[in-house]
Write a protein of this length. Sequence first.
Length: 223
Amino acid sequence: MQQCAKNLTWETFSDKGVGLALSWYIDTFVSPMAAVNFLLLCTVLESLNKKHSSNASKSLLPTNIYRQIRHLILKVVSDFPQGINNQDDLKKYNIFALKVEKSFASGSYNQIGNLRTSLKEMFKTYSVPYEDLFPELEFITIRDKIVHEGFGGVDVALELRKLSNLVVRVFLAILGYQGNYMESIKIEIDNPLGRSKHGLICRSFPFIASEDNTESNSIDTCS
C-alpha cells in the first residue's frame, strides 16, 4: 500500500479515475451478496474505462482515410441501381441504400467499438494481463445476465474472485506498481459434493506468465 500510495498523483486519482473507482471497490467489502459485489467490480472497470476512453481517440481510422472510404462506398451504392431492372428489387435496394447512408451519417463504422472492445484497448494501454482470467472478457455477459435476469447462470462466487483479481491488476498497472502481491486462486480438491476451495498465490507485478507466477507456487504470504 505504501508503494502504491507513492505513485498516487492527481492525474491517476482524478484524470485516470482511480479515486472514483476505489470508492466503488471499497463497497465490495460491505455487501455479503456475491452478485452485488460482482456488479460493483464491473462498475469499477467501467468507470476506469470511461475515463480512459474520454482521453483516448475513439476513431479506428484517421478522418481523411475514413472519408475516402466512405465516399467510394456511397458512390458504389449510388451507381449500383442503374443495373437493376426489377422494380421490386429496386425498391428493396433503395431501402438498403438508405440504411447504408444513415449508418455512415452516424459515423458508427469508425468508432472503437463496444464495451468489450474499449476495455481491451484500456488493458492494452496499461499492459494489464487478463487472458488467464477472462480471455474474451466473459464477465460482461455475466454482468448483463445479473442485471437483466437477476441471475448469472454460473458460479458467481468463483467468477467474483477472478474479477477481483482483474480489478487489482488494473489498479496496480495504473499506479505503476512493481513488486509482489497476492491473488486468490481455486484449489482443485477431490470433493464429491462439488465444493470449491480457494487459496492465495504470490505473484509479481508487472505480471509475467512464467514458472515463478504459476499456481504451483500458491502460498499464504509473499516473502
